[in-house]
Design a binder for this molecule. Structure first.
Ligand code: HEM
Length: 399
């Protein structure tokens, strides 16, 4: 397999990346594979190697290039994750102080109120689809975090939802909606600069970023706009999908669900296990080798593109015993790589954990008899090899 170009990325990959990645992890943990777009990339699947790769500066976003990105039409066309240090460090430190576990804890009541209100909509139908709830909830929390006024939320939601809709049906519409979101965050940043147009300063993250930003310093206005828009994009869909996949995993395992209901205090740990068990992003962002890199005895040549398999690592039996079993008491649960590792470790990890915990708690409390409305194998999955999730999650609310 080292010299051939097999692919694990068939149409069933979004539903079950794990069974496609396992043979690579077992027999060829550093493999050359072909992406659906026909590109040759290297695939790393073992926990030990994926960890080391996340921490290896030779596997970088820009393959060793240190020049700034050329100007782009939209600020959000270059995002934080696309930078390597030192540019990455310069940008990340403007955001990271506002997303610490302590800071995001302040959003717990906001998330609880959003869950209660949005579940009121779910109860109107039985059977119901839980995915609209998961999306609306995740989006609402992001809007609160970013200080998006309630009046702006519906239009912004429609734009973001169209960007993430899969399969992509209308590329021109997606581009127009990206333009709209870009313009929106330009406006929000401008409104928060000192001056007559500034509303009362809020306690949201966009306000905090703009207040900490020195326009005559090393970070440009476009970069500030991109940081704000990136939070929305990075945080919204992945968290919504994590909520959906978590509920699907629990509803297909009634004993686990019953155990969790019997011991509500177990939920935060159960969320870690759910994050290990099901990741919306099977891989980290594609890296490029800036020099020849030796991984588990295989040389990845300079210039190669490299996929670090989070899903493969999370199901590695060398790290997690019986990895294909969802075990909410698992001692190694929190040692998953679902939020990455190292330089680009997910800035929203604390918020995502909080959101998933709040959403699951609200659903379990509100619907003590909830059950899947379809057989597990009839759940419809969507996405591609980089982003996956449920198209719908039909449930019976009253069992
Ligand atoms: C369950 C939900 C989430 C998952 C699974 C997830 C996963 C990840 C992963 C794997 C990375 C690292 C990418 C890499 O190294 O290649 C990452 C980065 C990032 N995430 Fe998340 N994320 C989630 C939620 C969020 C939320 C809620 C936010 C915003 C509040 C967020 C913001 C970011 C940002 C800005 C980065 C880039 C960090 C950097 O490059 O320094 N994520 N995320």
């Amino acid at each position: 397999m080292t010299t051939g170009t097999p692919t694990p990325f068939d149409s069933g990959f979004p539903a079950d990346p794990y069974s496609r990645l396992a043979p690579f992890r077992e027999s060829c943990p550093v493999a050359r594979v072909t992406t659906p777009a026909g590109r040759q990339v290297w695939l790393i699947t073992r926990d030990k190697d994926v960890r080391a790769a996340f921490l290896n500066p030779l596997l970088s976003m820009r393959g060793g290039r240190t020049d700034p990105y050329p100007p782009t039409r939209r600020a959000l066309d270059v995002t934080l994750v696309g930078h390597d240090p030192p540019h990455h460090t310069r940008l990340r430190r403007l955001v990271s102080p506002w997303l610490t576990p302590g800071r995001v804890e302040a959003y717990r009541p906001v998330a609880e109120a959003a869950a209660a209100e949005l579940l009121d909509v779910v109860v109107r139908d039985d059977p119901a689809d839980l995915m609209p709830f998961a999306h609306a909830f995740s989006f609402r929390v992001m809007c609160k975090l970013l200080g998006v006024p309630a009046a702006d939320e519906p239009e912004l939601y429609a734009c973001a939802a169209s960007v993430f809709a899969r399969p992509v049906r209308d590329r021109a519409k997606v581009q127009a909606n990206l333009d709209r979101i870009d313009a929106y965050f330009h406006e929000q940043v401008a409104r928060r600069r000192p001056g007559p147009r500034r509303p009362d300063p809020g306690d949201d993250v966009v306000t905090a970023i703009v207040a900490a930003w020195d326009p005559s310093g090393p970070v440009s206005r476009d970069e500030v706009v991109s940081l704000c828009a990136t939070l929305l994009f990075a945080g919204y869909e992945s968290t919504a999908q994590m909520i959906g996949m978590s509920m699907a995993a629990l509803l297909t395992r009634p004993d686990t669900l019953a155990a969790l209901r019997a011991e509500p205090g177990a939920l935060p740990h159960a969320v870690e296990e759910l994050l290990r068990f099901h990741t919306p992003g099977p891989f980290g962002t594609m890296r490029t080798a800036s020099q020849d890199v030796l991984v588990a005895g295989t040389v990845i040549p300079a210039g190669s593109r490299v996929l670090l398999s989070i899903a493969g690592a999370n199901r590695d039996p060398a790290r997690h015993a019986d990895p294909d079993v969802l075990d909410i008491g698992r001692a190694t649960a929190a040692r998953h790589l679902t939020f990455g590792l190292g330089t680009h470790f997910c800035l929203g990890a604390s918020l995502a954990r909080l959101e998933v915990t709040v959403a699951l708690r609200a659903i379990l409390d509100r619907f003590p008899r909830m059950a899947l409305a379809v057989a597990p194998e009839r759940l419809t999955w969507q996405g591609n090899y980089l982003n996956r999730g449920l198209a719908e999650l039909p449930v019976r609310l009253r069992g």
